[in-house]
Write a protein that binds this ligand. Structure first.
Ligand SMILES: NC(=O)c1ccc[n+]([C@@H]2O[C@H](COP(=O)([O-])OP(=O)(O)OC[C@H]3O[C@@H](n4cnc5c(N)ncnc54)[C@H](OP(=O)(O)O)[C@@H]3O)[C@@H](O)[C@H]2O)c1
Length: 388
């Protein structure tokens, strides 16, 4: 039996994780849950899973949860202290890191320090502080497994092969809702257009990241760090059906791919129980019914965020943290209709050139870089929004 803590239990990954937990009660148990503001859903999750400890972002939300649950209430915390207590919860073996954005880094760090294994959906953790986090993982002797379907695919495609024989990793991308739109039309895209993802049902921020292809850019950075590969060995290819989750080509020309129906429960379950596999986690793949798989090159002029991610990787160890902060600020401004779709990449391009990168000495240094980059990004966004 594995005991699980979930950071971000009310989000898309959190909910899918609890679905996996519900289906395999003899293997998995949720012992601690942390959410942001969704009191109603967290209350339902508590009633169903009976965790020992939960946390919400604000004191008011925590009070409201206490009131709703009455005598059924577990230990309820709030704010950073409550979140960190969930991350370090004594009886948890694995912590699912599924908070969205840079806010996921500090609690994930807490979990690693407390000796927990990590199932990492929060790719921002490795984008912001990859080398530092991976050093800490090693130092504490814990295991960090990705939850991103692409990285779970690469991990499986690398298994049993020699690292120095890898010629390239091909990360697949659905192409998002704007794959077939021309640049002029994308320039006019609204938040509703960007949130209309063709294959995956995800949180709002990652859905916009999928429309700009910044999600793939963040995944390129995550892959370099996780698999210790240089950026030139990571490529991105559009694959519209999202059946091949990624591939690795070896020096003899052979390619190893991982396939499956697009359902996040597969990588979540894999990360929770590796090296064991739970039975029948997802629907079986029926390739004859699917008939054909399609692949396209990325139109890099239409999706400048992808090249910005490669650029950030090459600039300095900390520049990806700057890129991530600028992206988060810009995506929120786009969702609030303050800036246009392409203003997201314009903001990021400006901020990564303004803000000094450097090397990450410790977590505080990364968080300080993140804070400064957000201030600069807000200034850029304000200037752009005043102009339009
Ligand atoms: N969705 C996917 O299929 C997918 C696939 C691969 C990787 N990922 C990655 O997984 C992460 C989560 O994505 P998602 O799609 O699940 O996002 P989401 O649906 O927006 O959920 C985010 C979760 O984080 C919580 N949260 C946000 N800020 C918080 C804070 N300051 N303190 C505590 N909790 C906070 C939210 O709580 P409330 O809702 O209660 O406010 C919610 O539970 C992201 O890093 C994303 O890149 C997602």
């Amino acid at each position: 039996m594995k005991h699980i803590a979930i950071l971000g239990s009310t989000g898309s990954i959190g909910v899918s994780t609890l679905e996996v937990v519900s289906r395999y009660p003899d293997e998995l148990r949720a012992v601690a849950l942390a959410a942001g503001d969704n009191v109603e859903l967290l209350a339902e999750q508590v009633q169903r899973h009976h965790p020992e400890r939960v946390s919400l972002r604000s004191a008011a939300a925590a009070e409201e949860l206490k009131r709703r649950l009455g005598r059924e209430a577990p230990e309820i915390g709030h704010g950073e202290e409550g979140l960190f207590a969930v991350a370090r919860h004594a009886s948890a073996d694995v912590v699912v890191s599924a908070i969205v954005g840079g806010a996921g880094l500090a609690p994930t760090w807490q979990a690693i320090e407390a000796g927990k294994d990590i199932a990492l959906a929060n790719k921002e953790t490795l984008v912001m502080a990859g080398p530092l986090v991976l050093r800490e993982v090693k130092k504490r002797g814990v295991r960090l497994l990705p939850v991103d379907s692409e990285h779970v695919a690469v991990m499986q495609a690398l298994s049993g092969h020699q690292h120095h024989e890898v010629r390239r990793v091909m990360l697949t991308a659905s192409g998002g809702p704007f794959r077939e739109w021309d640049r002029a039309r994308i320039e006019q895209a609204t938040p509703a257009d960007a949130l209309n993802h063709p294959t995956w049902k995800m949180g709002r921020k990652i859905t916009v990241d999928s429309a700009t292809l910044m999600n793939k850019g963040l995944e390129v950075i995550e892959a370099c760090r996780l698999f210790d590969l240089p950026p030139e060995k990571i490529e991105v290819i559009i694959h519209t059906e999202s059946i091949i989750h990624s591939m690795v080509e070896y020096r003899d020309g052979q390619v190893v791919a991982q396939l499956g129906v697009p359902d996040m429960k597969a990588p979540i379950a894999y990360a929770l129980t590796h090296p064991d596999r739970l039975p029948d986690v997802i629907q079986r793949l029926d390739l004859a019914r699917i008939g054909a798989l399609h692949f396209y090159e990325v139109d890099r002029a239409k999706f400048p965020c992808l090249d910005l991610a490669y650029q950030a990787l090459r600039m300095s160890e900390l520049t990806p943290a700057v890129l991530n902060a600028a992206n988060e600020v810009a995506v929120h401004a786009f969702l609030d209709q303050k800036i246009s779709f392409y203003d997201i990449s314009r903001t990021i391009a400006e901020v990564i050139n303004l803000e000094e990168g450097g090397t990450a000495r410790d977590l505080a240094g990364v968080l300080e870089t993140d804070r400064r980059a957000r201030i600069k990004a807000r200034e850029v966004v304000d200037r752009i929004s005043r102009r339009s």
